[in-house]
Design a binder for this molecule. Structure first.
Ligand SMILES: NC(=O)c1ccc[n+]([C@@H]2O[C@H](COP(=O)([O-])OP(=O)(O)OC[C@H]3O[C@@H](n4cnc5c(N)ncnc54)[C@H](O)[C@@H]3O)[C@@H](O)[C@H]2O)c1
Length: 382
């Protein structure tokens, strides 16, 4: 991630230093950035811009070399102790004029900032993978982050050609949280016998208009990587039923069925394609038209409303928790996960009343993973 962020920084016309305690990783980052700049020339940026960007990059061997920086963006491995130590060291070399941003995806920024002498200078700057292709940056505000620091990193994200949104320092921030029901509700449908993984994926792609179904996405991300995220949400959120990790996924990880990287997850990855090309049914998703969904599969009219009801529910909880604005939530999912519509647009499609009726019915049968958010109960679908 650090390599991609540094590339964007050079292209954003910032003089950029990269640091990594692993010398080989540092050298690899420098050459990857050079190669990426050359490869993108004439396709993504001009040759002159690539050359100028390359001239702005410098390796530094110690953290002390970062003294005097306006902004430091940290992309070290995801571990609270490591990041806390790193921020303490950075604070001692940089002083209060330097803004310190973390690219953490799952830790609380305030926990990383705990004990810092100048917590107002610490913010989250959450990029998506790979940074050069993914436009979204979540600018994460702790209760202590100063407006000056937040505005400054917002401007930097824009200069990097990204689209920043503002997020409250809360479990998983915005996009990863709103993506929870995409995998979790699909796994619950699988457990509930609604359909098999292949069918659910097909309905979500054709009827939902999503580029990938939930199970092929899980296979791509890695079931183990996603399970770590699932567990972190569950614990940080105070163990709400709707975020309980799926027993199916737990079992598959225990059996080392991790997805593409292990050759087997919900699909088999041998030679050739893991799935057939979707037929052209002339359906322009996302749609909840039952006759169209039934043309994809008899279970179609059950699958998509159930998924959209849980997406609407998570969106309502996210708004209630004041994590982000409705507009930023829609932007987050369109840009961070390539959703065809944002979560509140999907709420509008299903309607609060229908979503609540579905959730109440499922709650009666399957329990508290389906407790509707008060905001949805009040009929608010925006
Ligand atoms: N990979 C993703 O999809 C993704 C997406 C968004 C955010 N993130 C976050 O970005 C961060 C980095 O993730 P990654 O996937 O690039 O990890 P990575 O393991 O690929 O890279 C981390 C790099 O940090 C270096 N490092 C180790 N200790 C360091 C230190 N004390 N100071 C500076 N560098 C140090 C390592 O040598 C390594 O080169 C994590 O916080 C992760 O949660 C990752």
């Amino acid at each position: 991630m650090g390599t991609g962020i540094a590339l964007l920084s050079c292209l954003g016309r910032y003089s950029t230093c990269i640091h990594d305690p692993d010398e080989a990783a540092l050298a690899a980052a420098q050459s990857t950035i050079g190669e990426s700049l050359a490869e993108g020339a004439e396709k993504r940026w001009s040759e002159e811009d690539a050359e100028a960007a390359s001239g702005r990059l410098r390796q530094v061997e110690t953290l002390a070399d970062l003294a005097g920086s306006d902004l430091v963006i940290e992309a070290a491995p995801e571990g609270l102790d490591l990041k806390r130590r790193l921020f303490a060291d950075l604070a001692s070399v940089c002083g209060p004029e330097t803004i310190l941003a973390t690219n953490t995806s799952s830790l609380r920024v305030a926990d990383i900032a705990a004990g810092a002498a100048h917590p107002e200078t610490i913010v989250g700057m959450h990029f998506f993978n790979p940074p050069v292709l993914m436009k979204l940056v979540e600018v994460v505000a702790t209760e202590a982050s100063s407006p000056v620091a937040l505005d400054a990193v917002t401007e930097v994200a824009e200069e990097m050609g990204r689209t920043p949104i503002r997020a409250k320092d809360s479990p998983g921030f915005v996009a990863n949280r709103l993506a929870r029901p995409f995998s979790l509700e699909s796994l619950r449908m699988l457990a509930d016998g609604v359909a098999d993984a292949r069918t659910i994926d097909r309905v979500v792609r054709i009827g939902g208009g999503f580029r990938m179904g939930p199970f092929e996405l899980l296979d791509l991300i890695g079931l183990d990587v996603n399970l770590t995220i699932a567990r972190s949400f569950y614990e940080q959120g105070g163990r709400p039923e709707r975020w309980r990790p799926s027993p199916i996924q737990e079992r598959m990880v225990a059996e080392s069925r991790l997805g593409r990287k292990s050759g087997r997850g919900f699909y088999e990855y041998g030679a050739g394609r893991h799935r057939e090309r979707d037929p052209d049914l002339g359906i322009d998703g996302p749609t909840l038209d039952p006759s169209e969904l039934a043309r994809i599969d008899p279970a179609g009219p059950e699958i998509l409303p159930r998924l959209f009801a849980q997406i609407a529910n998570e969106a309502a909880y996210t708004l209630e928790d004041e994590v982000a604005t409705a507009a930023d939530m829609n932007t987050a999912m369109r840009l961070g996960f390539n959703w065809p519509l944002g979560p509140l647009e999907l709420t509008g499609l299903i309607g609060a009343e229908r979503a609540v009726a579905l959730l109440e019915d499922l709650r009666g049968r399957l329990g508290d993973a389906y407790v509707p958010a008060p905001r949805l109960l009040s009929g608010d679908d925006g």
